[in-house]
Design a binder for this molecule. Structure first.
Ligand code: ADP
Ligand code: 5GP
Length: 208
């Protein structure tokens, strides 16, 4: 049995990652990697589902215990992915999807070179700002920091400091989710994941 795919989705805050991922959840089977964070809980978020919301001390304890695959500081808060969130899932053959920023994407790539990394782009910087403000969940100072961070991430992509496998532009949620599905369907047909097939035919087996 193949291990599940490790799917990384990154993109500027407000580009629509969470919204597109929510639609994807209704269309295919995967486990969402619930990250740990020290940031405040937004209205509508659920502890243990959106994130594991923890204190700075608890987060540092997890790092000291070697429980985290990757961590980053984003807008003054810790965010990170635990080994449990990935390993326990892919071992069962299920896909796991991570919504993380680019430093995390780079670190996941180092540990799991086979990860499929997708960067979700907004249609324009103006639309990004509109979405970030329209969400209505963050104070002005946080919004400004996030827009600045978005520019930094885009510059890293432009300059090749960060490399993603695919760019998807989130014009509409439906279109972006469909394009991500197409990518994942193609990845499941890759040589790396179908390595065993020629040998199976030669052994007289039928391919299911
Ligand atoms: P992220 O997870 O990338 O920070 P969200 O999923 O929270 O972004 O989306 C930010 C805001 O943009 C939300 O209010 C969401 O409803 C809106 N949004 C997401 N995708 C689109 C889209 N394709 N067109 C218009 N608005 C969108
Ligand atoms: P938000 O506060 O909007 O939920 O997330 C802020 C940023 O942190 C987003 O770019 C999101 O993708 C990223 N993020 C969320 N969880 C993790 C994580 O576990 N690791 C890393 N590196 N980034 C994360």
């Amino acid at each position: 049995m193949n291990k599940g795919l490790i799917i990384v989705i990154s993109g500027p805050s407000g580009t629509g990652k969470g919204t597109v991922i929510d639609l994807l959840k209704t269309r295919r089977e995967f486990s969402f990697s619930v990250s740990h964070t020290t940031r405040y809980m937004r209205t509508g978020e659920v502890d243990g589902t959106s994130y594991h919301f923890v204190t700075r001390e608890a987060f540092e304890q997890l790092i000291a215990e070697g429980k985290m695959v990757e961590t980053t500081i984003y807008s003054d808060n810790y965010y990170g992915t635990s080994y449990a969130a990935i390993e326990d899932v892919i071992a069962t053959g299920q896909d796991v999807l991570l919504d993380i920023e680019v430093e995390g994407g780079r670190n996941i790539r180092k540990k799991y070179p086979e990860a499929v990394e997708i960067y979700l782009l907004p249609p324009s910087m103006e639309e990004l700002e509109r979405r970030l403000r329209g969400r209505g969940t963050d104070p002005e100072e946080v919004i400004r920091k996030r827009l600045a961070r978005a520019r930094e991430e885009l510059a890293e992509l432009r300059d090749g400091k960060t490399v993603y496998d695919y760019y998807v532009v989130n014009h509409t949620v439906e279109q972006a989710a469909s394009e991500i599905e197409e990518i994942l369907n193609a990845e499941n047909r890759s040589r790396a994941r179908r390595m065993a097939l020629p040998g199976q035919l030669l052994n007289g087996e039928s391919i299911k």
